[in-house]
Design a protein around this ligand. Structure first.
Ligand SMILES: *[C@@H]1O[C@H](CO)[C@@H](O)[C@H](O)[C@H]1NC(C)=O
Ligand SMILES: *[C@@H]1O[C@H](CO)[C@@H](O)[C@H](O)[C@H]1NC(C)=O
Ligand SMILES: *[C@@H]1O[C@H](CO)[C@@H](O)[C@H](O)[C@H]1NC(C)=O
Length: 680
């Protein structure tokens, strides 16, 4: 308890710093990943040689800095010794519950399965590097076990304060059908030592314990707990939920825990040097670290996306993909300045790993080495004739990526293949390096414009090849001139009105952090508090999207388990007689969860809706405090006689109301006039 004061003091300092400092691992990380030159991590020959010891049921790899003990032949990580701490993992946990790879797979309800190797082998053993393999074969007698051959690899290099791990998933011919929902590495750290968690420069704090959660009060779902009896009085009364610590792939770079109960103080970090093996593209959100203390390396999941992103293998479908390597990094600092030193050093190490990506030292032939990869470059521009006539905009900071061939935007549901993304510069120039040979489509989206770009032909990347695409032009969907718009087309609801949480249900980390306010628990309930009887009405030209447009279109609570659909109104004036042709109502959604939108134009709502979606989405972003899930764009054509000169109303009803998590997050709405001459 004595030290918790100083934790909190440092915690305050960090919070203040966050307003001043650029987070080295936030928006910029894709560009960091792109910009830095390759610079191999050459083992320092002054460090001791790497040693490998085996006995009948354990393997110990030791480079004089870190020692890792693995069970043989299963491949469970039993112990990580570092700097006088004989095990940073929780030794009270059983062997299979400290460090492991697991897969969620099955039919509609996935089952968790920890992957247990059946055959151990030494791949490489030199003074500079040891690589070992724990292979789990699959045979037809293993019905009920995930039908994938999985090779778990561990690499320790001389002079490194940590080790690498990766996994090769393979389906040779003849395997049965299977659906995979999740693939991840899990680390469970010592509960008595690791109390401080850091997932970005801004998002760091003293965390509750697992016991605090057990003794707390479960909220709307088991992951969310009110810490009614937390031992640390500064944490008591807060909400804890692991989903409050999610991050987008592009920002999920380095995260972990700090121990103040060791001398010197120590940090444990999971570093992902690349997103190429993760599913769903750069904005896909996933878990990082959370109470346990637990740290995850997420490779594939359905979080913030739903089962439409699961990997479906057909009977007999062959497959091979390498997940990782990721780096487990350990560092230490003496008592002074420890948090800042440990965190900054972890970020420095992340940058170093990125500089040496793709690694040239993994020994599996399935890991494609740097000199066998290809490059694509070009320039993307945007032609939005309403905004700039014939002229083009530079696709400033556009996200441009390669993923398996599919429709516009299909990358956000794509989980089978590799994805390679970059962010264009302010003139729209982009270069995607280190691409694994294969067939891809080139996709992009441009902040400030709706829709999804897709280059019209398949791109085949060859070993060492460079493909120059030259100038590309994206014509975002538009039928006519803008009459009005609400929000900013950026695939997120963050700029809309995000309410304060219920003061009794707060995570104090986000209390003075406007950017992360959406991560507070229970914001969906605030709609009923703000609009207890009458629904939201938005007056175009008067109201502001950040003050008057509630970020989530959810149902209204009417009782303990009862809800009522809500109908929002957009009121606007047309100052001239309507012209012939169709108006277009563009509705860009940042998320949908078991929702149905019904739309009326002016006519009373006792008639059938003029437009209605099917029940759509299951990305669960509302309950998981995500400010977006999967993006979609609905373009609704409206016959001009539905509108009139003077006052008009668009009614938007979210008609599904059986629980509080059904609804949509709007990204952006726009009404367009019928097209006139001169359209391009
Ligand atoms: C799909 O991509 C094409 C080519 O980039 C583009 O013209 C079209 O507007 C896109 N459609 C949507 C709905 O984003
Ligand atoms: C793809 O686009 C290019 C450039 O706009 C055009 O020349 C080509 O004909 C298109 N190819 C197909 C298959 O549509
Ligand atoms: C107007 O929209 C309707 C419904 O989508 C469509 O059938 C019709 O062809 C459109 N008319 C014009 C002039 O675009």
């Amino acid at each position: 308890m004595k030290r918790s004061n100083s934790f909190m003091w440092w915690f305050g300092v960090i919070l203040q710093l966050c307003f001043m400092l650029f987070s080295s691992c936030s928006e910029g990380s894709t560009s960091i990943r792109r910009a830095l030159l390759k610079n191999d991590l050459t083992p320092a020959s002054s460090s001791p040689a790497v040693k490998l010891d085996e006995n009948h049921n354990q393997v110990v790899i030791d480079n004089g800095i870190v020692q890792v003990t693995l069970s043989k032949p299963e491949g469970y990580v039993l112990a990580i010794s570092y700097n006088g701490i004989d095990n940073v993992l929780e030794a009270k946990n059983k062997d299979h519950n400290r460090g492991y790879l697991d897969v969620v797979w099955g039919n509609d309800d996935g089952v968790f399965q920890k992957i247990e190797g059946t055959k151990f082998s030494v791949i490489e053993k030199t003074e500079d590097q040891v690589e070992v393999s724990f292979l789990r074969q699959w045979t037809h007698s293993m019905d009920g076990s995930v039908p994938i051959k999985i090779d778990m690899r561990y690499i320790m290099r001389r002079g490194n304060s940590g080790y690498y791990s990766y996994a090769i998933f393979e389906r040779p011919e003849g395997f049965p059908a299977a659906k995979v929902f999740q693939i991840r590495l899990v680390y469970k750290l010592r509960q008595d030592k690791f109390h401080y968690m850091a997932i970005s420069r801004q998002r760091q704090r003293v965390m509750p314990t697992a016991e605090d959660r057990i003794n707390g009060q479960e909220l709307a779902y088991p992951e969310a707990v009110l810490l009614t009896t937390a031992k640390n009085p500064r944490i008591r009364g807060e909400v804890d939920d692991k989903y409050q610590y999610s991050a987008e792939n592009k920002e999920n770079c380095v995260h972990g825990w700090i121990s103040f109960d060791t001398e010197p103080h120590a940090g444990f970090w999971v570093i992902a040097p690349s997103n190429e093996f993760r599913n769903g593209g750069p904005p896909k959100q996933d878990l990082t670290s959370h109470v346990g203390p637990t740290s995850l390396a997420m490779f594939v999941s359905t979080h913030y996306a739903g089962t439409s992103v699961s990997i479906n293998f057909e009977k007999g479908e062959t497959y091979k993909k390498v997940f990782g390597p990721v780096f487990v990094y350990l560092n230490s600092a003496s008592r002074n300045n420890n948090i800042d030193t440990l965190w900054s050093d972890a970020v420095r190490q992340f940058n170093e790993e990125v500089r040496s990506w793709p690694y040239d030292f993994p020994r599996s032939p399935d890991f494609i080495l740097p000199n066998q990869r290809g490059t694509v470059n070009g320039r993307l521009q945007v032609r939005d004739w309403f905004k700039k006539g014939w002229g083009n905009f530079n696709a400033k900071f556009a996200y441009v990526g390669l993923a398996l061939p599919g429709e516009n935007g299909s990358w956000q549901r794509e989980s089978k293949g590799y994805q390679f993304w970059t962010q264009a510069d302010e003139n729209g120039y982009f270069e995607i390096k280190s691409v694994i040979p294969g067939d891809y489509n080139l996709y992009a989206w441009v902040p400030g414009f709706i829709g999804d770009y897709r280059y019209n032909t398949t791109i085949t990347i060859k070993r060492g090849g460079v493909i120059k695409l030259g100038s590309l032009v994206y014509r975002p969907p538009r039928n006519g001139p803008t009459i009005w718009e609400i929000g900013v087309p950026d695939r997120s609801a963050a700029e809309l009105y995000v309410p304060d949480p219920d003061p009794k249900l707060v995570n104090r980390l986000y209390q003075n952090d406007a950017r992360n306010k959406f991560r507070q628990y229970g914001l969906w309930e605030r709609y009923t508090d703000l609009y207890p009887e009458k629904d939201l009405v938005y007056n175009v030209g008067v109201d502001k999207h950040d003050k008057n447009w509630f970020f989530a279109h959810v149902a209204r609570r009417t009782g303990k388990q009862t809800y009522q659909p809500t109908t929002w109104q957009i009121k606007f004036e047309l100052d001239e007689e309507t012209s012939s042709g169709n108006y277009t109502f563009q509705v860009a959604l940042a998320s949908a969860n078991e929702a149905r939108l019904q739309v009326w134009f002016n006519d009373g709502r006792d008639v059938d809706p003029h437009y209605e979606t099917a029940r759509m989405g299951k990305d669960n972003a509302i309950a998981r405090h995500g400010i977006h899930g999967l993006y979609s764009l609905i373009s609704i054509e409206v016959a001009s006689d539905r509108f009139k000169k003077g006052n008009n109303i668009i009614y938007l009803k979210q008609s599904e109301a059986s629980d509080s998590f059904q609804g949509v997050l709007y990204d952006y709405l726009r009404l367009e006039r019928p097209p006139t001459g001169g359209r391009m």
